[in-house]
Design a protein around this ligand. Structure first.
Ligand code: KE4
Length: 438
């Protein structure tokens, strides 16, 4: 069912959004949901099943966000719902250790062998904040290196844009983040090993950790150039810097063991989220035993959480992770379907003379509205975000739910069939034409 713009303004979503803005900052509980980058108002969802979302007006959409990654098996997979239903009867939370938390830790270690000890938290942000605190406690050093275009949640240390020069310290990216915090975050361009080496030299002996998305989803999909991850691993080893792979997006998605399995690089620490909770709030950080044994109460680095290891969330997470662990063949099919989506999008853009860049790794992809290759944030920023907004809205009206921002990745689920790929490609062709008046 497609709706015109005027219809949209009379929809329940429009009414709900007007009301929501009276009570919730920007009307949403996470900024990207507000559609600010693509225009129009957000669509309020009512339900979801498999590949399909249904909004409060009964419009249906094929979902290519899947809750920003968690729903890798599509919405409401029986194996997860059954596990949650079974757990509900035993109450919702204890604030005491449970058997399931041990099972979850053992399963995570089995799937991600670089993790020798792991702590569960409630979000990817919490995982990343905690990981850098532990790295600072372990090394006794203050500074961290992060990369332009990589996002690690809303912790103060991460909301830092690059300083004026590659070697200068960061500046706050958000009000409320202090200069003091910014002083300890160095931000350099992604995919530039020399820039990292220079930053380390300029801050010799002061860098506790280097944190990155091993495959970036948060500037749109950008993959590491040949040798980049290995180069970072060598630099961190040489300088005693804790290498942290933020696999909140890529973990359990790009392979059962995430990007570190796909590229064969072993980080010192890993942060996880999204898929790990099966749709419920779970994050995790873990890594080398000698580092993780610094975490209270084993060590002195404090981190805590009322609902960490929650019995319902771990039931959902264990069910989803166990299914992924037991069905490695689903990654082959997921990658085949995603390759059809990415290659088809690239071909349509080329046929229309747009030659847009489509980056794909595994079951993540992005179309950048630029014809230049995209290897870092500067490249990505050459995209025509207005045209992207017109394309997004055209796809939405055709029942295709994409990420409402150019600088985001799409996440494919096992519920996307060849038939749904064909529907996506048909809508893509029409929407590319509409967005460019072709
Ligand atoms: P959460 O705190 O949102 O669970 O995780 C933060 C985070 C950490 N690391 C990476 C690589 C991430 O992608 C994220 C969160 N991703 C965004 C999508 N760009 C979540 C969507 C949102 O912010 O609403």
């Amino acid at each position: 069912m497609s709706t015109t713009t005027s219809d949209l303004n009379q929809t329940t979503s429009a009414e709900l959004f007007r009301n929501a803005q009276q009570h919730i900052p920007g009307g949403v509980n996470s900024p990207v949901r507000a559609f600010r980058a693509v225009g129009g108002h957000p669509v309020f969802m009512q339900s979801a099943q498999g590949a399909w979302l249904t909004d409060v007006d009964g419009n249906r959409y094929i979902d290519f966000i899947n809750s920003w990654g968690p729903m890798i098996m599509g919405h409401a997979p029986a194996v997860v719902l059954d596990a949650v239903q079974a757990a509900l009867g035993n109450s919702l939370s204890f604030g005491a250790p449970t058997r399931r938390e041990v099972e979850m830790a053992e399963l995570i270690k089995k799937m991600v062998p670089s993790i020798e000890k792991v702590r569960l938290v409630n979000s990817g942000t919490e995982a990343c904040m905690s990981a850098i605190r532990v790295a600072r406690g372990y090394t006794g050093r203050d500074k961290i290196i992060k990369f332009e275009g990589c996002y690690h949640g809303h912790g103060d240390s991460f909301l830092i844009s690059a300083g004026s020069g590659a070697l200068t310290l960061g500046t706050p990216d958000s009000p409320g983040v202090t200069e003091g915090v910014a002083r300890d975050t160095i931000t350099v361009a992604y995919n530039d090993l020399a820039a990292v080496e220079a930053a380390i030299q300029a801050n010799d002996g002061q860098v506790a950790a280097l944190i990155l998305e091993p495959v970036v989803g948060n500037m749109g999909l950008v993959e590491p150039v040949e040798g980049y991850l290995a180069g970072l691993r060598e630099l961190c080893t040489r300088h005693g810097i804790v290498l942290i792979f933020d696999e909140v997006m890529t973990g359990f998605r790009l392979a059962r063991g995430g990007a570190q399995e796909l590229y064969g690089i072993t980080p010192d620490m890993t942060t996880l989220g999204k898929i790990i909770g099966g749709g419920l709030p779970v994050g995790a950080y873990g890594g080398r035993r000698d580092i993780m044994d610094c975490v209270a109460p084993a060590g002195k680095v404090y981190q805590a959480g009322t609902l960490s290891g929650n019995p319902i969330a771990t039931a959902a997470g264990i069910a989803q992770l166990t299914y992924l662990q037991d069905h490695p063949e689903l990654y082959t099919e997921l990658n085949r379907i995603t390759t059809r989506l990415a290659d088809g999008t690239r071909q349509i853009a080329a046929e229309l003379g747009l030659n847009y860049t489509v980056n794909q790794v595994g079951s993540m992809f992005s179309v950048f509205f630029t014809d230049r290759p995209v290897h870092n944030l500067d490249d990505a920023k050459h995209s025509d975000t207005d045209a992207f907004g017109r394309y997004f809205r055209a796809m939405l009206h055709r029942g295709i739910y994409l990420a409402p921002a150019q600088y985001e990745a799409l996440f494919v689920s096992t519920a996307i069939t060849d038939e749904l790929v064909d529907q996506y490609l048909q809508a893509c062709r029409e929407s590319m034409r509409e967005a460019h008046n072709l």
